[in-house]
Design a protein around this ligand. Sequence first.
Ligand code: AMP
Ligand code: MG
Length: 493
Amino acid sequence: MTLNLSSSTPLTWQNRFARLGSDFSTPQPLRPLSAPYWVSRNAALARELGLDASWLASQEALETFTGNRALAGTEPLASVYSGHQFGQWAGQLGDGRATLLGDLQTPNGGFELQLKGAGLTPYSRGGDGRAVLRSSIREYLCSEAMHGLGIPTTRALCITGSDDRVRREEVETAAVVTRSSPSFIRFGHFEHFSHANQHAELKTLADFVIQHHYPACRDAAQPYAALLQAVSERTAELMAAWQAVGFCHGVMNTDNMSILGLTIDYGPFQFLDTFDPGHICNHSDNQGRYAYNKQPNIAYWNLFCLGQALLPLIENQEHALAALESYKTVFPKALENHMRAKLGFSDDAAQHDDKALIESTLKLLAAHQIDHTIFWRRLCSFARPAGRESVRDLFLDRPAFEAWATSYAARLAQQDPHASQALMYRSNPKYVLRNHLGEQAIRAAGVHDYSEVEKLLQVLQSPFDEHEDIAGHQALADFPPDWAAGIEISCSS
Ligand code: AMP
Ligand code: MG
């Protein structure tokens, strides 16, 4: 089905997930919200998707992306999945508040568009199928921030709002985020069919994912073991990227793990302020299962669940274990590469004691409770005396800093100064979506002032740039205010 909503070429919807049939999803009626209004539109993503900017600003687009109007060519559906939540088998879950419109053929490949917060589905269980403006702004800004950081993620095209009331701890208002991704398939989709002993459907799903997203696996001697290995490797790369930038996801249940190794389902996430390895960002995570420093092991645990789900297809347990094993080599190597880049050490000059220096740097940050993002950004100019002083200013314990700085300076002196500084400036972002920044934008949006959302979107889409041209930019790169420590983010969204 072809529609003329783009400036040059017409848009084509090809609803490949829908074609999988009724075991995988249920057609979903659209559930309108009252008098929708725009909160934000992401012009950069619209361009990448081939959507015309003037159409995206139209009333038709507003109604389409609120779920108030069915766009010809789309086949709205809710998909079924299961999963492990907080370490326990949770049984059937599914798209409880997300409606997949279909996938759009774009110059950059197929992209599914999904409305999050679009109302009740057969998988809503006790929920209301809605999302509140607060959590929608967090998801919208953070997914674009991750993309700006170069970290694999689902994207967000726009937010619409409505004054319809949604009850959480307090009464809030409804919003819909339009997300895009090559696929929204999760580990939990595979677990669903495996646990139900639906092996034919399990195979159909695996073949679908291989065909559209991992074509190289098709030619492997064991395609399903190759798929598990490819997912393990992508997930390892993702975890390394999260750890290096100080990102805590908060709810790493297997239903929140993308089969494409993308960051997905932004809930109680947080970028670290001070570097606290045991930091727990999710107020509902009483045991600290998803603490920052546990994320890499949890990802492996989740991959193990995926491996178990794929066993009926892989058959030989040894092959599944061997596929998972790749995580253990790819993750540490990828993390080391990130950390060496952050320190300004180029790839071709790895030294055997770099690992010790990385460890001593992280220990120093943890012991002295140093702000993660600010430390790394200031370190970019360490080679200059004023730059070194600005890093030292972060430490009350000057001798501890000087002891570390002496060994770091000696190692850095072996690098080409221009190349290492350039490497650091593109490896250590100036801007991340700290909790308090999101909170300020949310508070303003509560009185229909979306200027903070726009400003953050602009800055976070290129977080390595200085952005000196933007009014108030420096505050966005500053230390968190005291009240930031009191922000409590839970699963409630
Ligand atoms: P999450 O922890 O946000 O990834 O959600 C876990 C499961 O609960 C998924 O199946 C969601 O679709 C579902 N869910 C979360 N919030 C709601 C809601 N407000 N209404 C219906 N289902 C929801
Ligand atoms: Mg989820």
